[in-house]
Ligand binder design. Sequence first.
Ligand code: R5P
Length: 301
Amino acid sequence: MIVSGRASQSLAAALAADLDEVLVSTKRTRFPDGEVRVDLDPGDGPGSASDTEASIGDNAQQRALLVAATTSADAFVELLQLQDALREAGVSEITTILPYMGYARQDRAFESGQPVSARAMARAIGIGTDRVLLVNPHEESVADFFDIPSRTIDAAPQLAEPLPDLNEPVFFAPDAGAIELAEAVRGAYGAGTTDYFEKTRRSGEEIEISPHETDAEGRDVVLVDDIVATGGTMAETIAILRQRDAARVYGTCVHPVLANGAYTRLVNAGVEAIYGTDTVERPASAVSVAPTIAEALRNPK
Ligand code: R5P
């Protein structure tokens, strides 16, 4: 059976269809003080699922796949609650799938006194599950923060799927750390070259990008990153590519967080289109990672 967190309902449904698994119904309420609570549908009594919906009552004792992107504090709390409710219902084995793991970018203490937030999240999540599956965590090493078996999945090759026919494409990573993603997309597309920008982060919102030597003039460009959050990184690279007379510029990312007007920012910067996956469910989620996750589940390492 599959249970979905609030931020992964479409992906969980796609995964349930792919794996031919039951999608269990959930009910969300909010306490007057603002606290969230999510219940698994018990399958009988007032407020239960209709006959056509699946309830936990019919599926207890089974293995559960919990699909929950932790895109917000509420989504994170809900994930912990769902793990607890599944255990309470007698589910024997829980696999937690984190399509997008919030706080993963805080994977070290940059100054003394700071928490390693990714580790704190991993510890909390790890208590309530038997294993965890992460889609493109910011760094592979984030998986090591879990005290239980963990596995990562690379959805980057899927970013080639929505791309149109491109002219002499160059696949650019906004920094050296994302070059493997750019190579994965180029490989899946089957043509073009790869390159990267030099990036220095000044603060959470401010970055500085040094132009790279690749001549993008007249070429179609595909920018590839793991996350687009504020859009600052991609907007800067688009501006530089515009100065260098690149033809069309496409933005692709695994996790289209697109916070605080980032989509508009990128459109105004001159992006042709933005394509992301449904690890974060947004209008830019052009590709579903459900087949990649299903494949990984069918072939456990
Ligand atoms: C950073 O290392 C990541 O790979 C992304 O480049 C970054 O998270 C993007 O953030 P933003 O859209 O806020 O510039």
